[in-house]
Ligand binder design. Structure first.
Ligand SMILES: O=c1ccn([C@@H]2O[C@H](COP(=O)(O)O)[C@@H](O)[C@H]2O)c(=O)[nH]1
Length: 273
């Protein structure tokens, strides 16, 4: 999916919500455990109940890798289900990859060609030659970790090197890389106070913003400082939506939480556009 198509979907749906599909078998309704593939059964039900309220889904691959081959198969079924039934939805593999060049190329092939995700999250720590192999894929997006939502972000990302905070150096340097138009960035909702500075460096890029809900980030603050002329935001909520209930009503409860966020987003879009 191109960025223009994503923006179009945001305008149609009045939503820039990304729903995180972080499936934990200890948290899903017990009746689903009897299904042949409980992870996919859970995801399909959540997708069927919420796809009209969001523009993106983000499975975090850790939650699939943890279940071995069955988990990976459930991930494959989930992305295939999305691509076949909802081609207008932007898909994110939250895998946080990045390695020496030839290895990064194989990661990129795995997520862009084999699984056919629209985007993958990538760590910037190994630098240009570890990220450019992802950027080489046309109409695919590399979502670079810039300033993450966790407390440990302050250990390195906000520390100064050569008189500049590391996350700012990541933003500025990454703009010089080949095919940098294919970059988006992760900025935690818990770091909303940094967004004005971030927008000075990357005014036009899309930001994937996790950390509302369970981690305490505030949607209004993110919109106030992070929205740009192209909207430029995908705000993610995972546990706050998919585990709104662990009973028979889990799909309705998820849809209701997603609708709460979508309605706040519609207000923000009306204010902004
Ligand atoms: O800085 C980051 C980068 C990634 N994440 C991921 O997003 C979701 C958040 O889940 P919630 O349940 O809504 O807290 C999860 O997959 C994280 O690994 C992040 O939180 N922060």
């Amino acid at each position: 999916m191109t960025t223009d198509q994503l923006i179009h979907q945001i305008k149609i749906k009045k939503s820039f919500l990304c729903i995180g599909l972080d499936v934990d078998l200890n948290k899903i309704p017990v009746h689903l455990l009897k299904e042949e593939d409980p992870i996919f059964a859970f995801n399909k039900t959540i997708i069927d109940a919420t796809h009209h309220l969001c523009v993106a889904y983000k499975p975090n691959t850790a939650f699939y890798e943890a279940y071995g081959i069955k988990g990976w198969q459930a991930l494959e079924k989930t992305i295939n289900y999305l691509n076949e039934n909802h081609p207008d939805i932007f898909t994110i593999a939250d895998a946080k990859r990045g390695d020496i060049g030839n290895t990064s190329t194989m990661y990129a092939k795995a997520f862009f060609e084999d699984l056919e995700f629209d985007s993958v999250t990538v760590a910037p720590y190994m630098g240009k030659d570890s990220v450019e192999p992802f950027l080489a894929f046309e109409n695919k997006h590399t979502i670079l970790l810039a300033l993450t939502s966790n407390q440990g972000a302050l250990d390195f990302q906000t520390k100064k090197i050569e008189n500049q905070e590391l996350y700012k150096k990541v933003l500025e340097t990454s703009k010089t890389w080949k095919n940098s138009k294919n970059l988006m960035y992760v900025v935690g909702a818990t770091k909303a106070e940094y967004l004005a500075d971030i927008r000075q460096i990357i005014p036009d890029s899309f930001l994937l913003v996790p950390g509302v809900g369970a981690q305490g980030g505030n949607l209004n603050d993110v919109c106030k400082y992070g929205m740009n002329n192209y909207i430029g935001l995908l705000i993610n909520s995972s546990r706050g939506i998919i585990y709104a209930s662990n009973d028979n009503d889990f799909a309705e409860a998820a849809a209701s939480k997603a609708k709460e966020l979508q309605e706040q987003m519609a207000l923000e879009l009306n204010r902004h556009l």
